[in-house]
Ligand binder design. Structure first.
Ligand SMILES: NC(=O)C1=CN([C@@H]2O[C@H](COP(=O)(O)OP(=O)(O)OC[C@H]3O[C@@H](n4cnc5c(N)ncnc54)[C@H](OP(=O)(O)O)[C@@H]3O)[C@@H](O)[C@H]2O)[C@@H](O)CC1
Ligand SMILES: Nc1ncnc2c1ncn2[C@@H]1O[C@H](COP(=O)(O)OP(=O)(O)O)[C@@H](O)[C@H]1O
Ligand SMILES: [K+]
Length: 510
Protein backbone atom coordinates (compact mmCIF):
# COMPACT_ATOMS: atom_id res chain seq x y z
CA UNK A 1 0.00 0.00 0.00
CA UNK A 2 1.41 3.37 -1.02
CA UNK A 3 2.23 5.94 1.61
CA UNK A 4 1.47 9.36 0.17
CA UNK A 5 2.47 12.91 1.09
CA UNK A 6 -0.02 15.64 2.02
CA UNK A 7 0.64 17.30 -1.37
CA UNK A 8 -0.10 14.08 -3.25
CA UNK A 9 -3.32 13.61 -1.29
CA UNK A 10 -4.48 17.18 -1.91
CA UNK A 11 -3.71 16.71 -5.59
CA UNK A 12 -5.63 13.40 -5.65
CA UNK A 13 -8.48 15.24 -3.95
CA UNK A 14 -8.58 17.91 -6.73
CA UNK A 15 -8.22 15.44 -9.61
CA UNK A 16 -10.94 13.17 -8.21
CA UNK A 17 -13.33 16.10 -7.93
CA UNK A 18 -12.69 16.98 -11.58
CA UNK A 19 -12.82 13.45 -12.96
CA UNK A 20 -15.85 12.37 -10.96
CA UNK A 21 -17.70 15.61 -11.74
CA UNK A 22 -18.49 16.28 -8.10
CA UNK A 23 -18.05 19.27 -5.82
CA UNK A 24 -15.49 19.32 -3.02
CA UNK A 25 -18.44 19.53 -0.65
CA UNK A 26 -19.74 16.26 -2.06
CA UNK A 27 -16.32 14.63 -1.53
CA UNK A 28 -16.29 15.89 2.05
CA UNK A 29 -19.79 14.50 2.55
CA UNK A 30 -18.64 11.11 1.21
CA UNK A 31 -15.47 10.98 3.32
CA UNK A 32 -17.05 12.19 6.54
CA UNK A 33 -20.10 9.93 6.13
CA UNK A 34 -17.71 6.98 6.09
CA UNK A 35 -16.23 8.29 9.35
CA UNK A 36 -19.74 8.54 10.79
CA UNK A 37 -20.50 4.96 9.68
CA UNK A 38 -17.45 3.65 11.52
CA UNK A 39 -18.37 5.55 14.69
CA UNK A 40 -21.99 4.43 14.49
CA UNK A 41 -20.88 0.82 14.03
CA UNK A 42 -18.93 1.02 17.27
CA UNK A 43 -21.22 3.18 19.42
CA UNK A 44 -24.43 1.42 18.28
CA UNK A 45 -26.55 4.36 19.45
CA UNK A 46 -25.04 4.42 22.97
CA UNK A 47 -26.26 7.48 24.91
CA UNK A 48 -22.79 8.73 25.84
CA UNK A 49 -21.93 12.43 25.47
CA UNK A 50 -20.14 13.00 22.15
CA UNK A 51 -18.07 16.19 22.00
CA UNK A 52 -16.83 17.17 18.54
CA UNK A 53 -14.03 19.72 18.24
CA UNK A 54 -13.96 21.23 14.75
CA UNK A 55 -11.31 23.50 13.29
CA UNK A 56 -12.27 26.01 10.62
CA UNK A 57 -10.65 24.31 7.62
CA UNK A 58 -11.74 21.17 5.82
CA UNK A 59 -10.83 18.90 8.72
CA UNK A 60 -13.32 20.94 10.75
CA UNK A 61 -15.76 20.60 7.85
CA UNK A 62 -15.48 16.82 8.13
CA UNK A 63 -16.25 17.15 11.84
CA UNK A 64 -19.41 19.14 11.08
CA UNK A 65 -20.64 16.48 8.64
CA UNK A 66 -20.00 13.76 11.22
CA UNK A 67 -21.86 15.87 13.79
CA UNK A 68 -24.89 16.25 11.49
CA UNK A 69 -25.17 12.52 10.94
CA UNK A 70 -24.68 11.68 14.61
CA UNK A 71 -27.41 14.18 15.60
CA UNK A 72 -29.73 12.71 12.96
CA UNK A 73 -29.16 9.30 14.49
CA UNK A 74 -30.11 10.49 17.96
CA UNK A 75 -26.67 10.80 19.59
CA UNK A 76 -26.02 13.34 22.38
CA UNK A 77 -23.73 15.64 20.46
CA UNK A 78 -22.13 18.96 21.36
CA UNK A 79 -20.21 20.71 18.59
CA UNK A 80 -17.35 23.08 19.42
CA UNK A 81 -15.74 25.28 16.82
CA UNK A 82 -12.10 25.82 17.63
CA UNK A 83 -11.91 29.32 16.23
CA UNK A 84 -8.16 29.63 15.75
CA UNK A 85 -8.65 31.91 12.72
CA UNK A 86 -11.42 33.65 10.80
CA UNK A 87 -10.41 32.11 7.44
CA UNK A 88 -13.14 29.50 7.37
CA UNK A 89 -13.04 27.22 4.35
CA UNK A 90 -16.01 27.18 1.95
CA UNK A 91 -16.90 23.59 2.74
CA UNK A 92 -16.67 24.31 6.45
CA UNK A 93 -19.10 27.20 6.00
CA UNK A 94 -21.65 25.25 3.96
CA UNK A 95 -21.65 22.43 6.48
CA UNK A 96 -21.93 24.94 9.30
CA UNK A 97 -25.15 26.13 7.64
CA UNK A 98 -26.36 22.57 7.10
CA UNK A 99 -26.18 21.83 10.82
CA UNK A 100 -29.31 24.02 11.10
CA UNK A 101 -31.19 21.31 9.23
CA UNK A 102 -30.87 18.96 12.18
CA UNK A 103 -30.54 21.00 15.37
CA UNK A 104 -31.39 24.27 17.02
CA UNK A 105 -28.27 24.03 19.19
CA UNK A 106 -25.73 26.23 17.48
CA UNK A 107 -22.07 25.11 17.80
CA UNK A 108 -20.20 26.62 20.72
CA UNK A 109 -17.34 28.88 19.73
CA UNK A 110 -14.00 28.45 21.49
CA UNK A 111 -11.83 31.57 21.20
CA UNK A 112 -9.93 31.51 24.47
CA UNK A 113 -9.15 29.36 27.47
CA UNK A 114 -12.28 30.44 29.35
CA UNK A 115 -14.41 28.88 26.62
CA UNK A 116 -13.04 25.36 27.17
CA UNK A 117 -15.81 22.91 28.12
CA UNK A 118 -15.48 20.47 31.00
CA UNK A 119 -14.61 17.03 29.70
CA UNK A 120 -15.43 13.86 31.61
CA UNK A 121 -13.43 10.68 31.26
CA UNK A 122 -16.55 8.97 29.96
CA UNK A 123 -17.10 11.44 27.10
CA UNK A 124 -16.41 10.44 23.51
CA UNK A 125 -14.25 13.09 21.85
CA UNK A 126 -13.90 13.62 18.13
CA UNK A 127 -10.84 15.58 17.08
CA UNK A 128 -11.46 17.40 13.80
CA UNK A 129 -9.30 20.42 14.59
CA UNK A 130 -6.45 20.05 12.08
CA UNK A 131 -5.76 17.50 9.36
CA UNK A 132 -3.17 17.48 6.62
CA UNK A 133 -3.38 21.28 6.37
CA UNK A 134 -1.37 21.88 9.56
CA UNK A 135 1.66 23.91 8.51
CA UNK A 136 3.11 25.13 11.82
CA UNK A 137 3.04 23.96 15.41
CA UNK A 138 -0.13 24.54 17.39
CA UNK A 139 0.36 27.43 19.81
CA UNK A 140 -1.35 29.57 22.45
CA UNK A 141 -4.79 28.70 23.72
CA UNK A 142 -5.28 26.05 21.00
CA UNK A 143 -2.26 24.20 22.40
CA UNK A 144 -3.84 24.47 25.85
CA UNK A 145 -7.07 23.04 24.47
CA UNK A 146 -5.15 20.07 23.08
CA UNK A 147 -3.63 19.52 26.52
CA UNK A 148 -7.07 19.90 28.14
CA UNK A 149 -8.43 17.19 25.82
CA UNK A 150 -5.46 14.89 26.42
CA UNK A 151 -5.61 15.40 30.20
CA UNK A 152 -9.27 14.37 30.26
CA UNK A 153 -8.33 10.77 29.39
CA UNK A 154 -11.60 10.57 27.45
CA UNK A 155 -11.64 8.24 24.44
CA UNK A 156 -10.54 10.36 21.49
CA UNK A 157 -11.07 9.63 17.83
CA UNK A 158 -9.08 11.72 15.37
CA UNK A 159 -10.33 12.44 11.88
CA UNK A 160 -7.62 11.97 9.22
CA UNK A 161 -4.70 12.88 11.55
CA UNK A 162 -4.31 13.48 15.27
CA UNK A 163 -4.34 17.29 15.35
CA UNK A 164 -0.84 18.67 15.78
CA UNK A 165 0.92 15.93 13.82
CA UNK A 166 2.51 16.97 10.54
CA UNK A 167 2.27 14.42 7.76
CA UNK A 168 5.88 14.93 6.65
CA UNK A 169 7.98 16.00 9.59
CA UNK A 170 8.48 15.24 13.23
CA UNK A 171 6.96 17.86 15.57
CA UNK A 172 9.29 19.76 17.88
CA UNK A 173 9.76 18.84 21.50
CA UNK A 174 6.76 19.61 23.72
CA UNK A 175 4.56 20.18 20.65
CA UNK A 176 0.82 20.11 21.33
CA UNK A 177 -0.58 16.98 19.70
CA UNK A 178 -3.79 15.10 20.28
CA UNK A 179 -3.14 11.67 21.78
CA UNK A 180 -5.74 9.72 19.85
CA UNK A 181 -7.09 6.34 20.85
CA UNK A 182 -8.24 5.76 17.31
CA UNK A 183 -7.43 7.48 14.03
CA UNK A 184 -9.61 7.16 10.95
CA UNK A 185 -7.45 8.38 8.11
CA UNK A 186 -8.45 9.05 4.54
CA UNK A 187 -7.30 6.99 1.57
CA UNK A 188 -3.61 6.43 2.35
CA UNK A 189 -1.52 6.00 5.48
CA UNK A 190 0.87 8.81 6.38
CA UNK A 191 4.53 8.11 7.19
CA UNK A 192 4.37 9.67 10.67
CA UNK A 193 1.83 7.06 11.77
CA UNK A 194 4.64 4.49 11.88
CA UNK A 195 7.71 6.32 13.17
CA UNK A 196 8.81 5.55 16.74
CA UNK A 197 8.66 9.24 17.74
CA UNK A 198 5.12 9.82 16.50
CA UNK A 199 3.28 6.48 16.32
CA UNK A 200 1.97 6.72 19.89
CA UNK A 201 -0.26 9.70 19.03
CA UNK A 202 -2.21 7.67 16.48
CA UNK A 203 -3.69 4.88 18.61
CA UNK A 204 -5.42 2.21 16.56
CA UNK A 205 -5.29 3.11 12.91
CA UNK A 206 -7.89 2.53 10.23
CA UNK A 207 -7.51 3.73 6.67
CA UNK A 208 -10.78 4.57 4.93
CA UNK A 209 -11.04 4.34 1.17
CA UNK A 210 -12.96 7.51 0.26
CA UNK A 211 -13.06 6.63 -3.42
CA UNK A 212 -10.42 9.00 -4.79
CA UNK A 213 -9.61 8.38 -8.45
CA UNK A 214 -7.97 4.96 -8.74
CA UNK A 215 -6.13 5.67 -11.95
CA UNK A 216 -4.57 8.83 -10.56
CA UNK A 217 -3.61 7.08 -7.31
CA UNK A 218 -2.09 4.17 -9.23
CA UNK A 219 0.03 6.57 -11.24
CA UNK A 220 1.36 8.47 -8.23
CA UNK A 221 4.98 7.68 -7.62
CA UNK A 222 6.18 6.99 -4.13
CA UNK A 223 9.13 5.18 -2.69
CA UNK A 224 7.46 4.45 0.62
CA UNK A 225 5.11 1.53 1.14
CA UNK A 226 3.13 0.01 3.99
CA UNK A 227 3.48 -3.76 3.91
CA UNK A 228 0.38 -5.71 4.81
CA UNK A 229 -1.05 -9.04 3.79
CA UNK A 230 -2.02 -7.92 0.29
CA UNK A 231 1.47 -6.62 -0.40
CA UNK A 232 3.21 -9.91 0.40
CA UNK A 233 0.78 -12.35 -1.23
CA UNK A 234 2.26 -11.91 -4.74
CA UNK A 235 5.77 -12.51 -3.40
CA UNK A 236 5.27 -16.16 -2.49
CA UNK A 237 7.05 -18.85 -4.49
CA UNK A 238 5.08 -22.06 -4.52
CA UNK A 239 6.81 -25.36 -3.92
CA UNK A 240 6.78 -27.80 -6.79
CA UNK A 241 5.77 -31.40 -6.27
CA UNK A 242 8.75 -32.48 -8.31
CA UNK A 243 11.40 -31.05 -5.99
CA UNK A 244 13.85 -32.09 -3.31
CA UNK A 245 15.74 -30.54 -0.41
CA UNK A 246 18.47 -29.34 -2.72
CA UNK A 247 15.95 -27.00 -4.32
CA UNK A 248 15.28 -25.06 -1.11
CA UNK A 249 18.70 -23.78 -0.25
CA UNK A 250 21.53 -24.68 2.06
CA UNK A 251 21.99 -22.00 4.70
CA UNK A 252 24.99 -21.60 6.97
CA UNK A 253 24.53 -19.83 10.31
CA UNK A 254 27.82 -18.68 11.84
CA UNK A 255 28.06 -17.31 15.36
CA UNK A 256 27.45 -18.19 18.99
CA UNK A 257 29.90 -18.10 21.88
CA UNK A 258 30.22 -19.59 25.34
CA UNK A 259 26.94 -18.84 27.16
CA UNK A 260 25.22 -17.62 24.00
CA UNK A 261 24.62 -20.73 21.95
CA UNK A 262 20.85 -20.32 22.19
CA UNK A 263 20.98 -17.47 19.69
CA UNK A 264 22.28 -19.56 16.78
CA UNK A 265 19.95 -22.36 17.79
CA UNK A 266 17.00 -19.98 17.41
CA UNK A 267 18.27 -18.66 14.07
CA UNK A 268 18.78 -22.15 12.67
CA UNK A 269 15.40 -23.35 13.93
CA UNK A 270 13.74 -20.36 12.27
CA UNK A 271 15.58 -21.05 9.00
CA UNK A 272 14.40 -24.66 8.95
CA UNK A 273 10.84 -23.62 9.90
CA UNK A 274 10.89 -21.16 7.00
CA UNK A 275 11.61 -24.01 4.65
CA UNK A 276 15.35 -24.26 4.13
CA UNK A 277 16.32 -27.56 2.53
CA UNK A 278 19.53 -27.85 4.51
CA UNK A 279 20.86 -25.95 7.48
CA UNK A 280 24.42 -26.00 8.80
CA UNK A 281 25.92 -24.13 11.70
CA UNK A 282 29.46 -22.90 12.15
CA UNK A 283 30.03 -22.51 15.88
CA UNK A 284 32.70 -22.70 18.60
CA UNK A 285 33.42 -26.17 19.94
CA UNK A 286 31.55 -25.51 23.21
CA UNK A 287 28.28 -25.45 21.29
CA UNK A 288 28.58 -28.80 19.54
CA UNK A 289 26.44 -30.91 21.84
CA UNK A 290 23.99 -28.11 22.51
CA UNK A 291 23.15 -27.78 18.84
CA UNK A 292 23.22 -31.48 17.99
CA UNK A 293 20.84 -32.17 20.85
CA UNK A 294 18.68 -29.06 20.45
CA UNK A 295 18.29 -29.28 16.69
CA UNK A 296 18.96 -32.73 15.28
CA UNK A 297 17.84 -31.54 11.82
CA UNK A 298 20.89 -29.26 11.54
CA UNK A 299 24.49 -30.12 10.65
CA UNK A 300 27.33 -28.71 12.70
CA UNK A 301 30.86 -27.60 11.86
CA UNK A 302 33.07 -26.42 14.70
CA UNK A 303 35.67 -23.67 14.85
CA UNK A 304 39.15 -24.46 16.24
CA UNK A 305 38.31 -22.22 19.24
CA UNK A 306 36.24 -23.49 22.13
CA UNK A 307 34.43 -20.31 23.19
CA UNK A 308 33.97 -18.18 20.07
CA UNK A 309 34.24 -18.30 16.31
CA UNK A 310 37.67 -17.25 15.06
CA UNK A 311 37.69 -18.56 11.53
CA UNK A 312 35.42 -19.27 8.58
CA UNK A 313 35.29 -22.47 6.48
CA UNK A 314 36.00 -20.87 3.11
CA UNK A 315 35.48 -24.04 1.10
CA UNK A 316 32.04 -24.63 2.53
CA UNK A 317 29.42 -24.50 -0.19
CA UNK A 318 26.36 -22.74 1.26
CA UNK A 319 23.79 -20.78 -0.75
CA UNK A 320 23.69 -18.04 1.85
CA UNK A 321 25.50 -17.26 5.10
CA UNK A 322 24.21 -15.48 8.17
CA UNK A 323 26.72 -14.15 10.67
CA UNK A 324 26.64 -12.56 14.06
CA UNK A 325 24.13 -13.70 16.64
CA UNK A 326 25.78 -14.42 19.98
CA UNK A 327 29.20 -14.14 18.33
CA UNK A 328 30.75 -11.53 20.63
CA UNK A 329 33.20 -8.94 19.34
CA UNK A 330 36.57 -10.50 20.22
CA UNK A 331 39.47 -9.77 17.84
CA UNK A 332 39.34 -13.39 16.71
CA UNK A 333 35.69 -13.09 15.74
CA UNK A 334 36.50 -9.93 13.78
CA UNK A 335 38.89 -12.08 11.75
CA UNK A 336 36.16 -14.67 11.24
CA UNK A 337 33.80 -12.07 9.78
CA UNK A 338 36.61 -10.59 7.67
CA UNK A 339 37.36 -13.98 6.17
CA UNK A 340 33.69 -14.63 5.49
CA UNK A 341 33.32 -11.30 3.68
CA UNK A 342 36.53 -11.79 1.71
CA UNK A 343 35.44 -15.20 0.49
CA UNK A 344 31.73 -14.52 -0.21
CA UNK A 345 30.53 -13.10 -3.44
CA UNK A 346 26.82 -13.61 -2.87
CA UNK A 347 24.72 -11.61 -0.35
CA UNK A 348 25.14 -12.38 3.35
CA UNK A 349 22.92 -11.56 6.33
CA UNK A 350 24.61 -9.73 9.19
CA UNK A 351 22.97 -9.37 12.60
CA UNK A 352 23.75 -8.56 16.22
CA UNK A 353 27.48 -8.79 17.04
CA UNK A 354 28.21 -9.05 13.33
CA UNK A 355 26.87 -5.49 13.11
CA UNK A 356 28.81 -4.40 16.19
CA UNK A 357 31.98 -5.77 14.58
CA UNK A 358 31.22 -3.77 11.42
CA UNK A 359 30.65 -0.60 13.50
CA UNK A 360 34.02 -0.98 15.20
CA UNK A 361 35.81 -1.96 11.96
CA UNK A 362 34.26 0.26 9.32
CA UNK A 363 36.77 -0.84 6.69
CA UNK A 364 34.90 -4.17 6.57
CA UNK A 365 31.84 -2.41 5.16
CA UNK A 366 33.65 -2.20 1.83
CA UNK A 367 33.82 -6.00 1.72
CA UNK A 368 30.06 -6.55 2.00
CA UNK A 369 28.74 -8.37 -1.07
CA UNK A 370 26.17 -6.30 -2.97
CA UNK A 371 22.60 -6.65 -1.62
CA UNK A 372 23.67 -8.10 1.69
CA UNK A 373 21.04 -7.64 4.41
CA UNK A 374 21.87 -5.90 7.70
CA UNK A 375 19.32 -6.24 10.49
CA UNK A 376 20.10 -3.70 13.25
CA UNK A 377 17.84 -2.71 16.13
CA UNK A 378 18.04 1.04 16.83
CA UNK A 379 21.02 0.66 19.21
CA UNK A 380 23.04 -1.30 16.65
CA UNK A 381 22.02 1.15 13.95
CA UNK A 382 23.28 4.11 15.98
CA UNK A 383 26.66 2.42 16.37
CA UNK A 384 26.73 1.79 12.63
CA UNK A 385 25.64 5.17 11.21
CA UNK A 386 25.91 7.59 14.14
CA UNK A 387 23.30 9.71 15.94
CA UNK A 388 20.31 11.14 14.13
CA UNK A 389 18.36 14.30 14.90
CA UNK A 390 14.92 12.76 14.47
CA UNK A 391 13.22 9.85 12.73
CA UNK A 392 13.08 11.59 9.35
CA UNK A 393 16.80 12.34 9.57
CA UNK A 394 17.40 8.70 10.50
CA UNK A 395 15.61 7.52 7.35
CA UNK A 396 17.71 9.87 5.21
CA UNK A 397 20.92 8.60 6.85
CA UNK A 398 19.96 4.98 6.34
CA UNK A 399 19.03 5.58 2.69
CA UNK A 400 22.45 7.18 2.14
CA UNK A 401 24.14 4.24 3.91
CA UNK A 402 22.15 1.72 1.86
CA UNK A 403 23.12 3.48 -1.39
CA UNK A 404 26.77 3.90 -0.45
CA UNK A 405 27.31 0.29 0.59
CA UNK A 406 24.71 -1.24 -1.77
CA UNK A 407 23.01 -3.11 1.05
CA UNK A 408 19.50 -3.64 2.40
CA UNK A 409 19.00 -2.33 5.94
CA UNK A 410 16.24 -3.71 8.17
CA UNK A 411 15.65 -1.34 11.10
CA UNK A 412 13.88 -3.49 13.68
CA UNK A 413 11.17 -2.04 15.89
CA UNK A 414 7.44 -2.00 16.57
CA UNK A 415 7.13 -1.16 12.87
CA UNK A 416 10.21 -2.58 11.20
CA UNK A 417 11.49 -0.45 8.29
CA UNK A 418 13.27 -2.21 5.41
CA UNK A 419 15.33 0.26 3.41
CA UNK A 420 16.71 -0.51 -0.01
CA UNK A 421 18.47 2.53 -1.47
CA UNK A 422 15.64 5.11 -1.85
CA UNK A 423 12.82 2.71 -1.08
CA UNK A 424 11.20 2.23 2.33
CA UNK A 425 8.97 -0.72 3.23
CA UNK A 426 7.15 -0.37 6.56
CA UNK A 427 5.99 -3.56 8.20
CA UNK A 428 2.54 -3.77 9.69
CA UNK A 429 2.49 -7.19 11.37
CA UNK A 430 3.75 -8.10 14.84
CA UNK A 431 2.97 -7.09 18.40
CA UNK A 432 4.61 -6.13 21.72
CA UNK A 433 4.78 -9.81 22.73
CA UNK A 434 7.76 -9.97 20.36
CA UNK A 435 9.79 -7.65 22.57
CA UNK A 436 11.56 -10.65 24.06
CA UNK A 437 15.10 -11.99 24.03
CA UNK A 438 16.06 -13.75 20.83
CA UNK A 439 13.21 -12.65 18.60
CA UNK A 440 15.71 -10.77 16.42
CA UNK A 441 17.75 -13.96 16.03
CA UNK A 442 14.63 -15.64 14.71
CA UNK A 443 14.13 -12.87 12.16
CA UNK A 444 17.66 -13.35 10.79
CA UNK A 445 16.93 -17.04 10.32
CA UNK A 446 13.75 -16.32 8.40
CA UNK A 447 15.40 -13.80 6.06
CA UNK A 448 18.44 -16.03 5.51
CA UNK A 449 16.23 -18.98 4.70
CA UNK A 450 14.26 -17.00 2.12
CA UNK A 451 17.44 -15.79 0.41
CA UNK A 452 18.55 -19.44 0.33
CA UNK A 453 15.25 -20.27 -1.38
CA UNK A 454 16.14 -17.82 -4.16
CA UNK A 455 14.13 -14.82 -3.05
CA UNK A 456 15.88 -11.54 -3.94
CA UNK A 457 17.46 -10.19 -0.74
CA UNK A 458 15.15 -7.16 -0.52
CA UNK A 459 12.10 -9.39 -1.11
CA UNK A 460 13.41 -11.86 1.48
CA UNK A 461 13.74 -8.98 3.95
CA UNK A 462 10.25 -7.55 3.34
CA UNK A 463 8.53 -10.94 3.26
CA UNK A 464 10.64 -12.27 6.13
CA UNK A 465 9.84 -9.35 8.39
CA UNK A 466 6.13 -9.72 7.64
CA UNK A 467 6.15 -13.50 8.27
CA UNK A 468 8.12 -13.03 11.48
CA UNK A 469 5.53 -10.50 12.71
CA UNK A 470 2.65 -12.74 11.68
CA UNK A 471 4.23 -15.65 13.51
CA UNK A 472 4.47 -13.37 16.56
CA UNK A 473 0.77 -12.57 16.15
CA UNK A 474 -0.12 -16.26 15.97
CA UNK A 475 2.05 -16.96 19.03
CA UNK A 476 0.53 -14.17 21.10
CA UNK A 477 -3.02 -15.17 20.23
CA UNK A 478 -2.25 -18.53 21.81
CA UNK A 479 0.04 -17.47 24.65
CA UNK A 480 -0.69 -13.80 25.36
CA UNK A 481 1.88 -11.04 24.87
CA UNK A 482 3.71 -11.86 28.09
CA UNK A 483 3.88 -15.57 27.36
CA UNK A 484 5.54 -15.38 23.94
CA UNK A 485 9.18 -16.48 23.76
CA UNK A 486 11.42 -16.28 20.72
CA UNK A 487 11.27 -20.07 20.34
CA UNK A 488 7.50 -19.81 19.87
CA UNK A 489 7.96 -17.29 17.06
CA UNK A 490 10.41 -19.67 15.39
CA UNK A 491 8.08 -22.64 15.93
CA UNK A 492 5.10 -20.81 14.40
CA UNK A 493 6.74 -19.58 11.18
CA UNK A 494 5.28 -22.53 9.28
CA UNK A 495 1.81 -21.64 10.58
CA UNK A 496 2.35 -18.06 9.46
CA UNK A 497 3.27 -19.22 5.95
CA UNK A 498 0.22 -21.47 5.91
CA UNK A 499 -2.03 -18.74 7.22
CA UNK A 500 -0.84 -16.29 4.58
CA UNK A 501 -0.63 -18.47 1.56
CA UNK A 502 -3.26 -21.15 2.19
CA UNK A 503 -5.12 -20.14 -0.98
CA UNK A 504 -2.01 -20.37 -3.10
CA UNK A 505 -1.24 -23.76 -1.53
CA UNK A 506 -4.75 -25.05 -2.18
CA UNK A 507 -4.56 -23.96 -5.83
CA UNK A 508 -1.41 -25.97 -6.05
CA UNK A 509 -3.08 -29.12 -4.70
CA UNK A 510 -5.96 -28.96 -7.17
N1 LIG B 1 -7.35 15.33 0.80
C1 LIG B 1 -8.45 14.58 0.80
O1 LIG B 1 -8.45 13.58 0.18
C2 LIG B 1 -9.65 15.04 1.54
C3 LIG B 1 -9.49 15.89 2.62
N2 LIG B 1 -10.48 16.19 3.46
C4 LIG B 1 -10.19 16.87 4.72
O2 LIG B 1 -9.50 18.07 4.52
C5 LIG B 1 -8.44 18.16 5.46
C6 LIG B 1 -7.44 19.19 5.05
O3 LIG B 1 -8.12 20.41 5.11
P1 LIG B 1 -7.40 21.82 4.96
O4 LIG B 1 -6.49 21.78 3.82
O5 LIG B 1 -8.48 22.82 4.95
O6 LIG B 1 -6.53 21.90 6.27
P2 LIG B 1 -6.84 21.71 7.84
O7 LIG B 1 -6.03 20.61 8.33
O8 LIG B 1 -8.30 21.66 8.11
O9 LIG B 1 -6.24 23.08 8.42
C7 LIG B 1 -6.94 24.29 8.17
C8 LIG B 1 -6.06 25.51 8.11
O10 LIG B 1 -5.43 25.74 9.35
C9 LIG B 1 -4.40 26.72 9.18
N3 LIG B 1 -3.32 26.33 10.04
C10 LIG B 1 -2.35 25.40 9.81
N4 LIG B 1 -1.59 25.22 10.88
C11 LIG B 1 -2.07 26.05 11.85
C12 LIG B 1 -1.72 26.30 13.17
N5 LIG B 1 -0.70 25.67 13.76
N6 LIG B 1 -2.43 27.20 13.87
C13 LIG B 1 -3.48 27.84 13.31
N7 LIG B 1 -3.86 27.63 12.03
C14 LIG B 1 -3.17 26.75 11.31
C15 LIG B 1 -4.01 26.67 7.74
O11 LIG B 1 -4.27 27.91 7.13
P3 LIG B 1 -3.29 29.17 7.27
O12 LIG B 1 -3.60 29.84 8.57
O13 LIG B 1 -1.88 28.67 7.24
O14 LIG B 1 -3.63 30.03 6.10
C16 LIG B 1 -4.88 25.49 7.20
O15 LIG B 1 -5.24 25.66 5.87
C17 LIG B 1 -7.95 16.76 5.54
O16 LIG B 1 -7.12 16.51 6.64
C18 LIG B 1 -9.27 16.02 5.60
O17 LIG B 1 -9.76 16.01 6.93
C19 LIG B 1 -11.83 15.62 3.23
O18 LIG B 1 -12.81 16.49 3.62
C20 LIG B 1 -12.08 15.26 1.78
C21 LIG B 1 -10.99 14.52 1.14
N1 LIG C 1 6.37 -3.89 20.04
C1 LIG C 1 6.74 -4.66 19.01
N2 LIG C 1 5.90 -4.84 17.97
C2 LIG C 1 6.28 -5.59 16.91
N3 LIG C 1 7.48 -6.21 16.81
C3 LIG C 1 8.34 -6.06 17.80
C4 LIG C 1 8.03 -5.29 18.95
N4 LIG C 1 9.10 -5.32 19.78
C5 LIG C 1 10.04 -6.06 19.18
N5 LIG C 1 9.59 -6.52 17.99
C6 LIG C 1 10.35 -7.33 17.03
O1 LIG C 1 11.14 -8.28 17.73
C7 LIG C 1 12.48 -8.33 17.22
C8 LIG C 1 13.47 -7.91 18.31
O2 LIG C 1 14.75 -7.99 17.80
P1 LIG C 1 16.06 -7.65 18.66
O3 LIG C 1 15.88 -6.31 19.30
O4 LIG C 1 17.22 -7.85 17.78
O5 LIG C 1 15.99 -8.73 19.80
P2 LIG C 1 17.08 -9.80 20.22
O6 LIG C 1 18.41 -9.11 20.15
O7 LIG C 1 16.72 -10.17 21.61
O8 LIG C 1 16.97 -10.95 19.28
C9 LIG C 1 12.49 -7.41 16.00
O9 LIG C 1 12.25 -8.15 14.84
C10 LIG C 1 11.35 -6.45 16.29
O10 LIG C 1 10.78 -5.91 15.12
K1 LIG D 1 -7.83 15.82 13.24
Amino acid sequence: MKILSAEQLSEADKISIEKQGITSEKLMERAATLVFNEIHKRLQGAPIPVKIFCGIGNNGGDGLVVARHLIQHGYHVTVYVVNYSDKRSDDFLSNYERLKEVTNDWPKLIKKENDFPDIDTGDFLIDAIFGIGLNRPIEGWVAKLVKHMNDSQAFTLSVDMPSGLFSDKVPGEKAAIIEADYTLSFQAPKLVFFLPETMDYVGDLQIIDIGLDREFLAGLSTKTYLINKDSVLPLYKQRKKNSHKGDYGHVLIAGGSYGKMGSVLLTATAALRTGSGLCSLYIPKCGYEIIQTGLPEAMVLTDPENDMVSDYPEDFDADVVCFGMGAGTDKKSVQALKKLLETSDSPVVIDADGLNILSANMELLGLLPENSVLTPHPGELKRLIGEWKDDFHKLEMVKAFSKKHKVVVVIKGAHTFTINREEIFINNSGNPGMATAGSGDVLSGVITSLIGQSYEPVVAAVLGVFLHGLSGDISSRELGYEGVMAGDIAANIGRAVKDLFSREMKDQEN
